[in-house]
Design a protein around this ligand. Structure first.
Ligand code: NOJ
Length: 782
């Protein structure tokens, strides 16, 4: 531990290293800033230290809640109002992920104690340098917390979150988050702005790639896995960091998928669909939450007391702190709900929003607002307390430099164990959408193969957006993955073909000439990686014409064609779905993308992914999701009469690929669906079992999905909602009985009065390998 010595009070070793650090810096060493302290402050500080030394480390951990509360209270007694406000101010070093506003001198701000947190700075050396500024130049030396967008991997790139959700593999997702945390913590970071848990049913919104898709049940399970992966059991451990659940709330529901737009969210939709993953993440212990940019029912989320205080802090008992999105407090002026930045600061603070990201609203206005009585000092104290609490939990007061260790950084990043895990989750995230005539898997001994597509030979695309720290230059491309997999004698040809970003076909002739020489063609089709992510809403999400023309040309050669979809959102792809004999959804899969794709192409891994989001046939069907309501004139069941419900005249209502869909190189049969007791009581769990058999010739894994429908309820309910899933491995001919327990919570609804409770009545149970193909039974709750 650089520059700190073990200290003793009353002959007892001080187990809380924060005290040791502070004492050494202040009382023992009497460092220069403290020579200006008044006698009263010294006395207070000394009393604090004695006080703090008393509650010892009973559990052997330094994070006992009681201990931390003592420390925070004691420290707060020493802080001036300016120092407190400084803790609520977050500034950025380097890259801006939003408008930058007025220029300012960052170092000066830090050294004046005005910065509680920095974002966009990483690396053991850089974070050490900036932490040192606080430790050596500010009066109370309160360490900064360094945050960054580690969205899908730090140095080792993992699949985009939407892709990982397609694995339906909670262990793999948790491990991915843990590795991201381990590498981040080795790069000096304490905090990531992840997971994004926004439910999204509109693929025009580019940020759909950052979430877990359309469903609150799957989204909640994944939110929990990600929080646990990032934070572990002990935030102070060197393989964990603080999670930040975002964007609270409703950002995934921006109207028409248009970035930063308004929303129209009923309280029912909020409770039933949007909030559950946030609640799950908070229950899993998430230490921070980020406000959304959008408004909800006319109130910008950063200024919504209902969301931040009433729901998050009071109803759910959230103990961490909230951070605004980039200037989202200041932006309340543009929303027209605050007359100026001071008014915005007043509204946000009174709503319970704790930290201001890059908006200067708190830094510039909170002091005056308190003076004017517009904000209570106790409200600010409460926010500061929350921030300090997390800094203690992270162990920053023990050693502010604990995350900035160059040796650890060097030995931790891009380890083999990390790239192995990235390959595992990447292959699990691939979804087989079509496999006519069993073109897949391809034999490794094939004599010749043609790889077509700009994306197939591009390293950076494999990372996609929100991957700023990833070592993209070492990414394995699709072409490299294929070359590494096939027999030495196999000839692998490559041509760019068509780049989706251009209108031209780059090399149709050479593609056709090469195709004729080859036994099989593998072609990438879809998006470029930077078309998704923040501020990448598109009104058209169709496959580009040049790619379709090239695909049609290649199909004419009569050679077997495998399409690899590369995309971060559902795309409109009817022609591909209809004409291409085999299609793999390969998203953006991170550092090991090429190997993972080759594992699936050549049968070393049998694809097991299932879509976490519905693929519409045409743009006009959006929003299209599986958990539709029945309505008064059900679209799916009525005859084709004049007044049929909910249909378009020009397109069927069904999606191209339903939620939960994904094929395998083998087949599975579902049978013997049973409810252990077909009549049960309110408050009791219900057990459902189903027999599943691998009826094909190879081993495989199946995601067994359970849906229910509450047949009669006081408020209209969807025709099916996911309430359980299990991923089971099965050898050929092997069968197993999968058991699900539906808890009273699973069977509860937000009733007509918006009370969450169980209502008696009939429930339909549906189980299958996707949301469409299910077998059914039912039971009663009395
Ligand atoms: C804006 C984005 O909306 C948010 O998700 C991100 O964490 C922040 N910028 C910080 O980069």
């Amino acid at each position: 531990m650089k520059g700190f010595k073990l200290s003793f009070i009353n002959n007892q070793p001080i187990q809380q290293k924060y005290i040791q650090y502070t004492i050494h810096q202040t009382v023992i060493k009497n460092s220069p800033p403290y020579t200006n302290m008044k006698l009263r402050e010294y006395a207070l500080l000394f009393i604090c230290f004695l006080y703090l030394s008393f509650p010892s480390n009973v559990s052997g951990q330094n994070t006992s809640v009681k201990n931390i509360d003592y420390k925070v209270d004691s420290l707060m007694k020493l802080m001036t109002l300016d120092e407190k406000i400084g803790q609520l101010n977050q500034l950025s070093k380097g890259v801006a992920t939003g408008p930058e506003g007025k220029k300012y001198d960052l170092d000066k701000e830090i050294q004046s104690g005005n910065v509680g947190s920095l974002l966009n700075l990483y690396g053991a050396d850089s974070t050490y340098k900036y932490q040192k500024m606080v430790v050596e130049k500010t009066r109370l030396k309160i360490p900064m917390i360094f945050g960054h967008d580690v969205i899908h991997g730090a140095r080792t790139g993992f699949p985009i979150p939407l892709a990982e959700a397609a694995s339906w593999d909670l262990q793999a997702i948790e491990l991915s988050a843990r590795i991201a945390a381990t590498e981040s913590a080795a790069m000096g970071l304490h905090w990531t702005f992840a997971p994004m848990v926004d439910i999204c049913r509109d693929p025009r919104w580019g940020r759909i790639m950052e979430g877990a898709g359309e469903d609150p049940y799957l989204g909640s399970a994944i939110a929990k896995a990600r929080v646990v992966g990032l934070q572990g059991q002990d935030l102070a451990a060197n393989n964990t960091i603080l999670a930040c659940v975002k964007h609270f709330a409703g950002y995934g529901a921006v109207e028409a998928g248009r970035e930063y737009n308004t929303t129209t969210i009923s309280i029912r939709h909020l409770r039933e669909t949007i909030l559950p993953p946030f609640k799950a993440a908070v229950e899993a212990g998430a230490g921070s939450v980020m406000n959304a940019f959008n408004d909800v029912d006319g109130i910008p989320a950063s200024g919504s007391k209902f969301l931040v205080t009433d729901v998050l802090k009071k109803e759910w008992g959230f103990k961490g702190y909230t951070v605004s999105d980039w200037n989202s407090i200041g932006e309340m002026v543009s929303w027209g709900t605050s007359k100026d930045a001071a008014d915005a600061a007043r509204q946000a603070m009174n709503a319970g929003s704790d930290m201001d990201m890059c908006g200067f609203a708190y830094r510039n206005h909170l002091k005056q607002l308190i003076k004017e009585g517009k904000v209570l000092q106790s409200q600010v104290d409460e926010s500061v307390r929350r921030v300090l609490n997390m800094k203690f939990s992270l162990g920053l007061f023990e050693d502010p430099y604990r995350y900035s260790n160059p040796a650890r950084e060097k030995e931790t990043l891009y380890k083999k164990a990390h790239t192995d895990a990235a390959r595992e989750v990447a292959k699990k995230s691939i979804v087989l959408l079509k496999n006519e005539k069993h073109i897949l898997p391809i034999s490794k001994k094939i004599k010749s193969i043609l790889v077509v597509g700009e994306v197939a030979n591009n390293k950076w695309d494999m990372s996609s957006t929100w991957s700023g720290m990833v070592d993209s230059k070492h990414n394995v491309t699709i072409l490299e993955g294929i070359k590494a997999k096939v027999d030495k004698t196999t000839k692998v040809y490559y041509t760019q073909g068509a780049d989706p970003k251009d209108e031209k076909i780059l090399s149709l002739d050479s593609a056709l000439v090469l195709a004729k020489k080859c036994e099989v063609i593998v072609m990438t089709i879809g998006e470029r990686a930077w078309w998704v992510g923040e501020n990448n809403s598109y009104a058209g999400i169709d496959i580009r014409k040049n790619e379709l023309a090239l695909m049609n040309g290649l199909l004419k050669t009569g050679k077997p064609l495998v399409i690899l979809l590369t995309n971060g959102r559902p795309i409109i792809m009817n022609e591909v779905a209809e004409k291409a004999p085999s299609i793999l959804e390969t998203w953006w899969l991170g550092s090991m993308a090429g190997h993972a794709i080759a594992d699936v192409l050549f049968g070393d891994y049998n694809p097991s992914g299932k879509l976490p989001v519905t693929f519409p046939r045409v743009l006009g069907q959006i929003p299209l999701y599986y958990s539709q309501k029945n309505t008064g004139r059900p679209a799916f069941t009525m005859s084709n009469g004049k007044y049929d419900g909910g249909i378009y005249r020009d397109v069927v209502n069904t999606p191209l690929y339903p939620f939960g869909f994904g094929l395998s190189y083998t087949t599975f049969n579902y049978d013997e669906l049973k409810v252990i007791s077909d009549s049960t009581k309110i408050g009791l769990p219900v057990t459902v079992t189903v027999k599943i058999k691998n009826t094909g010739k190879v081993s495989g894994e199946e995601v067994v999905q359970l849906y229910i429908r509450d047949m009669v309820a006081s408020a209209s309910q969807p025709i099916k909602v996911l309430k359980g899933f299990k991923k089971v491995p099965l050898a050929p001919n092997e069968s197993t009985v999968v058991s699900f327990t539906l808890t009273p919570e699973d069977l509860s609804i937000w009733d007509r009065e918006m009370v969450f409770r169980q209502e008696p009545g009939e429930f339909k149970v549906m189980v299958g390998g996707d949301s469409d193909k299910v077998i059914t039974t039912s039971f009663y709750v009395k």
